[in-house]
Ligand binder design. Sequence first.
Ligand code: CDP
Ligand code: MG
Length: 707
Amino acid sequence: MDSKYNLIGNNKLNITKFKIKPKPTPVLFSKKNGPPSPKKIKLNENESNKSSYMNGNNKFKISIQEQRTKLPVYDKKNKLLDLIRRNNTLIIMGETGSGKTTQIPQYINAAKLQNEGRIGITQPRRVAAVSIAMRVAQEYGNGQQVGDTVGYTVRFEDVTSKRTKIKYLTDGMLLREAMFDSLLMEYTVIILDEAHERTIHTDVLFGIVKTAQKVREAKNFAPLKILIMSATMDVDHFSKYFNDCQAVYLEGRTYPVNIFHTVRPHDDYQTACVATFFKIHREAPANQDVLIFLTGQEEIEAVAHQIRLLGKDPEVEGPPIRVCTLYAAQPSTQQMSVFNPSPENMRKVIVSTNIAETSVTITGIKYIIDCGMVKARTYHPATGLELLKVQRISQEQAWQRTGRAGRESEGTCYRLYTRSQFEMMQKSTIPEIQRANLTSVALQLLALDIHALFFDFMDKPPEDAITAAFEQLKLLGAIDSVESTALTPLGEQMVKFPLDPRFSKILLSAHNFGCLEEVLTVVSLLSVESILLSPPNKKEQANSVRQKFFSAFGDHVTLLNIYREFSNVGQNMRGWCHEHYINMRNILQAREVRCQLEDICRKSGMTISSCGSQMDQVRKCLLTGLFMNVAELHRDRQYITLDKRQVVSIHPSSVLHGQQPHFILFTEVVQTTKCYLRLLSTVDSDWLYEIAPDYMRTHSIKCTKDS
Ligand code: CDP
Ligand code: MG
């Protein structure tokens, strides 16, 4: 392998130029650059003689049952079962892809260790819960469908039945279930998987299952077995929290991975991804697949599009390319296609979010391209802003990504960052609970009669974040005072919705404004990934055809207009979505979410009334939950948030971009070069005093309307 090579393309990859004549540019990777030899993923000597079973062309020839017996976890089956039998709590660590998630629940079920109860396995992401359940049902064979022995439950979707023994679910779902039954009596075995990710929900579940286990034992109820599974993690820390429980390490089969860093930093990592992919594509034999790590749907679709486009160019050397994408908002069938081996003489490239880091394993991967970034939600109690921010990954994540290339044989990883950038990354990822808005968690814990300040967290969140959460709950009317351990009747209603408390509040306020019909739609559309498609080369076209939906009131009403027309198109849904650049699967998902939210509303005795064309009602209603998200235009033409006086700007994707309404309500903040507000509505300052009088006592506005 060359230690250096030139890449095709430059920072602004110009497709046309590329098509005519690929020009070498000074984009370089180096292994030698910087300190010596990168860490290699070690080969497990004991297993080196075994065939690299799914490697290259052999991968089509092995039956699904045979595949199971080749997994590293298979040899340890009896030992594992024995340990599980003997321990009420057990930590199981193992390399990604060793078979923990798919096999261990099946072993437990075969040995009937769960007795009369169910085995619940949590996943931080819905994509993983769904795709793994499908895979495991397939492994059961005998015409078993998902929802029979194996099922899954994710927000807004429950595919289980009375027959279900093994239930994959998101950690958020299990937490919701805990609110209705804190002892989780449905389960006799709970596996908290991907524990190293330390998502906020998993962290809260640690405490919940620990208590449930203790209480069940004290009350002589069916015992609860707890398994904590993860890739690599700080075992001591985990073990100590779980009363010094035992930990077992499953050695996986891994092979060395060659690692390359770029010689200089690349801010435009999307372009660098495409260029690096084609460099690999020209040189590597077919059937050596490539996995690209990017941060989110938009980016992934853009890069996938470019690769598809360039791949069709007759001048581009290499085998035919099959491009797959993997991100949260995809429908399950499409997600599953990622796992299908491609026909011989083809190259599969998977463009994925960090989901492919540890939660799902795809066979046949020989090359990794790691952009070095991840999209994460961060909350700053001091500024009161919760940001969706693309940020650097941790070194731990970088190693996980790298390791994906060495599963079946030696691999290569191209890191689109320099060695010194790598060295500046944080060693490990900070638990989400220490960097997220805790309002939802505080509310959920209150529903369990627990005050977040006194909860047994593995790592305590900062106290000011907890205080801020209680202040928000008070302003939303879910509690009477910040010391309160009891919910108000409104708070109890809020808990019924699988939503952020602010959005539950909006739905619950709708009867005051007679617009539940409309806000159900808006909240549903905000609960899914964007329904608006803006292909990079057709942005203007998309905007012009959607112009008729645009509302001077902002994005929420615009979305509502789109949904209203969509609901009336009848048969030709696909054609209509195509014509208007609407992401059909996302809008269909929003429709599904809407049905379920409507169902909860009806069950709570709410009337579904419509305000017709009175959009003031909708915007006022939105303000009941989002009054803390208002920005005001100042004399210097700058927007400043009322809450913590942050300077912010309107995101270019907003229909209000280029206009300067006095007051805007925002749904989301994204930080790139600046703090941008997304999904906006214009609001009237008088409404603020009318709707959130308590809040406005401490948050005065600076300008008068006429200034
Ligand atoms: O949990 P862990 O990372 O240890 O491994 P796993 O998710 O149980 O995956 C075990 C094996 O099943 C891997 O080799 C995957 O390639 C395979 N698998 C698959 O082929 N299709 C899926 N949908 C899920 C897993
Ligand atoms: Mg797993």
